[in-house]
Design a protein. Sequence first.
Length: 271
Amino acid sequence: MRILIRTSKWAILARRLGSIAVPLVIISVLLHRFRLITSDLFLVAALLAGLVALLAVCTALIALARLWQTGDQGWGRALAGLVFGTLCLLPFGWYGQLMLAYPAVTDISTTDRGLMPLVFEPGTQAMPPPQMLSAAELAATFPNVETRTYPLGLVPTFALVETLVAQNGWDVRLRREPGEVGQLNAQIVTLPGWREEAVIRVTGGPTNSVVDMRSASLNALHDFGSNGERIESFMAALDNAVTTLLRDNPNANQPPEAEPETATPEVPATD
């Protein structure tokens, strides 16, 4: 007599839920990155994907417990559902711990924000009111978000800023040629598709420069620390770039010397 070994329905369900959660996460992120859905719809889709992934994990754990007791088939399906669901939940865990580690802020600047306005694209939805930190909170959370002053002229400093922006792959939307003030507005797309804008402002003269930076999230309620981290890392890279330039070119911070005037030969008077 042949004994029929059943396949656990819980294992089948776990595999199906996990197989649904994976494309839900990937498709929602891709649609958001390519701006095919709004941020509000992306949040709904992401939460739905997270819920399906959580159900997949819970169902897989139930399936594994029942398989251990009954000896039914379906270990592979249950484990697949557990793996797929866990992978889909990892981003939620990552951003969850960032939300706990950083305060709810969407706009960070080293100086008055009015000096560094953002570029608003036509057709984009209105930005929610920015979440900002007090001076004490900013110093405690991001101590290196400070104005930089360099013994280097405005023009070479602005050139270094442009080089770093290009190396970071940021999309420059506005460039103000350095005269008394040089400014760059660049847009950054985060991995889940959130859009953020960085503004770098350079002032000064032939032998000195002052650099300020602003970074803000567009259409977001929490930046998960990205704006403050961006300013700190960019300013640290700029510190290194200026230090290297002055080390390798000691006269880089000196204004160009004026060319000596050529003496006009005297013409002897004739009687």
